[in-house]
Design a protein around this ligand. Structure first.
Ligand code: FAD
Length: 357
């Protein structure tokens, strides 16, 4: 966007309509750090494909990083029409200033209609640096996306403590930006056969506008401890109020299953488990192959976060607990007796469907 256009937007006169009309294409930011691409980026690319098809516009992947050619090619294989690549050592490791500056420049120059960014620490960190100067609407922590008949983005997210689902629109400014929660959408697999022609023809290297002279980086240490990302886990053992602060049976079962530990909000609120492991409406959305719920009642806000698990095993001493309505296998009994027995029966090599009858 030029300075003139910015002034026009600020003035709020009739030219704002042209800003909206001229904007087009759906952009998805592909987040990569030192060779690892965040799963949410591929989830968003699949969802972006659906929106772009509805709008009959291009799906454009944005890749910022160092030595990211493979990521760009993968974005084409996962459905992007085009990829814009800003490849430079200044982008590794991540810092908000270079990312924000580069991203903002690209947005202002090319005027996309929609920009989707994973709601990761990185995405949340720099999205505002793009949205504020561009006068864009930015909706955070989105869990549903759609477009209406006028081609306007409908971004939905839990609001007022999760009691309502708010639908947020941005009618007067572009781009319409959203940071989107990880694990909500499913990612399509890469398919090189489906690519028409040479992927390289669809990858454009853009000018890097960040001046390295102004930045100094010194990496001292990166210690991520044992804080697993439960949205990536294949197997989860989740604890609820029923464990009453004793995590031993759950940890033992998780070790036997090679699973990560997750929790209901009750277990987090009580301080038994860290907040990063909470599943549900105000926690994480997970899609593991196996979800074992120990002493979890099955409140609707919890179910919302784990309903797409492939196989659910629930252990609860209340036969009427709602969790059983969402379980493939329900065991009525005391979790302190059942969990150790499950740990013996199930190990990481065993298909739970063969064992639990
Ligand atoms: P409890 O309700 O205490 O249930 C414990 C269960 O364990 C009971 O069913 C009981 O029968 C069983 N039990 C007890 N002892 C044993 C035993 N020895 N062996 C076997 N079973 C036993 N919750 C979430 O989880 N995630 C969210 O993101 C979330 N977001 C929320 C957002 C809002 C706006 C609100 C209002 C609530 C939210 N909640 C969320 C809270 C939710 O409504 C429930 O209060 C919470 O999920 C209850 O957790 P729980 O089932 O683990 O605990």
């Amino acid at each position: 966007m030029s300075d003139d256009a910015e002034q026009t937007t600020d003035a709020g006169d009739g030219d704002e309509a042209s800003e909206v009309d001229l904007a087009s294409d759906v952009w998805v930011f592909i987040e990569e750090h030192a060779g690892d691409t965040m799963a949410v980026s591929w989830e968003l690319l699949t969802e972006g494909r659906r929106l772009a098809d509805d709008l009959e516009e291009d799906l454009v992947a944005l890749v910022i990083g160092e030595d990211v050619d493979d990521v760009a090619t993968e974005a084409i294989e996962r459905g992007a029409d085009r990829v814009l690549v800003a490849d430079d050592p200044v982008f590794e490791p991540y810092r908000a200033d270079p990312y924000g500056t580069q991203f903002r420049e690209m947005v202002e120059e090319r005027n996309p209609g929609i920009v989707l960014i994973g709601g990761t620490h990185t995405g949340r960190d720099f999205a505002g640096r793009v949205a504020v100067p561009a006068h864009a609407g930015l909706t955070a922590d989105v869990t549903e996306l759609d477009v209406d008949d006028d081609g306007q983005l409908l971004a939905r997210r839990p609001a007022f403590g999760g009691n309502v689902l708010a639908e947020i629109v941005c009618p007067e400014h572009r781009p319409q930006m959203a940071t989107v929660r990880a694990g909500v959408f499913e990612a399509a697999d890469p398919d090189s056969e489906a690519v028409d022609g040479d992927p390289a023809d669809r990858i454009e290297r853009v000018d890097v506008v960040v001046d390295e002279e102004h930045t100094v980086t010194e990496v001292l240490e990166r210690d991520v401890g044992d804080r697993a990302d439960i949205t990536d886990a294949d197997r989860l053992v989740a604890v609820g109020g029923g464990v009453e602060g004793n995590l031993d049976p759950a940890i033992e079962l998780a070790e036997a299953l090679d699973a990560d530990l997750a929790a209901s909000r009750k277990a987090v609120d009580e301080g038994w488990v860290e907040g990063a492991r909470q599943v549900g409406q105000t926690g994480k959305t997970v899609r593991p192959e196996l979800y074992v719920a120990l002493g979890i009642s099955g409140a609707v806000q919890h179910i919302e976060g784990m309903n797409d698990a492939r196989t659910v095993i629930a252990v609860n001493n209340d036969p009427n607990a709602p969790i059983f309505e969402h379980a493939d296998y329900g065991i009525v009994g005391d979790l302190f007796e059942i969990a150790p027995r499950l740990a013996v029966l199930l190990d990481e090599e065993t298909d739970p469907e063969e064992v639990v009858q």
